[in-house]
Structure formats: C-alpha cells, structure tokens
Design a protein around this ligand. Structure first.
Ligand code: CO
Length: 146
C-alpha cells in the first residue's frame, strides 16, 4: 500500500463529512455503535433548519449529523427526495473567498455568490454537485481567534 501522506495539501484538509438523519438520537446511537463518540453539544443552524451533532473521526475531521427540525429548509427537502445518507463533505481552507475565486475561474459553479456564516461561526461556501460529479462540497474557513 502506498503511503500517500507526502501528497497531503495542508491548504485543503478534510474537516467533516455530513450525514443527514431523520432522528438525531437514533443517528447518534447508530454511529456510537460503530465506534464514534459524540460531543454533548448540539448546535442549531437556523439558516439550514437543522440541529447538528459532531463526533471526531480522526485528529482533524468530524462526522457531522444533520437533522431537520421543521418542514422546510434544504435538509428536510433532501430527506424527502433522497432519504437519509451522506449530504456533503467539507474541506478546511485558509481563505474561503480566495479559494472560491480560484474555483470560479476554473469553471466550478458555487452555491452562494459570497461566503456565508455556517456552523461554529465558520465562513463557508459550497461547490454545486453539478460541478463535482454529484458530490456537494463545502469549503470552510475557521473564524479568526482573537
Ligand atoms: Co458542513
């Protein structure tokens, strides 16, 4: 097997994989049976109409469960159309705006014209699945600590 770590790009690291569930408690229980441990905190992201829960998968990346709490919002629609399952994966980048400009120049279609505030106060944008072979990709910049 190859050790590919030498190819790792520190400016584009996996931050989380997001999975949509109908029931947050049941979703957590399932993934805990597989071997993950969830943080006690659950965060409501009003813009998405979801409650989220995080469990680390390795030293850098989390599994994020997304559970819709209402009848509208993009995640509720996703469940109605496709059912539960993987929703997106997210890469951490140092400068989300610069990354979006770079991708736009390469012809990628982005969901938002400008980055928006996501879970944990991160600045985020998404690459449209039409540009990525069907995979919704989130780009996320950590909030500045001061
Ligand atoms: Co996300």
């Amino acid at each position: 097997m190859h050790n590919a770590l030498e190819l790792l790009n520190e400016d584009c690291l996996l931050d989380h994989v997001a999975v949509v569930v109908k029931d947050l408690k049941a979703g957590k229980k399932l993934w805990e049976e597989i071997g993950l441990t969830f943080s006690e905190e659950e965060e409501v992201v009003e813009a998405q109409g979801v409650t989220t829960a995080f469990a680390p998968m390795d030293k850098n990346a989390n599994l994020e469960l997304l559970c819709p709490y209402g009848e509208d919002g993009p995640i509720h629609k996703f469940i109605e159309k496709k059912g539960e399952g993987i929703h997106h994966l997210c890469f951490k980048v140092p400068d989300v705006k610069a990354k979006c400009n770079e991708l736009k120049e390469k012809g990628f279609k982005l969901i938002n014209e400008e980055p928006v505030i996501g879970a944990g106060g991160c600045l985020v944008n998404f690459i449209h699945p039409k540009s990525t072979g069907g995979v919704l990709v989130e780009l996320s910049q950590q909030p500045k600590e001061d």
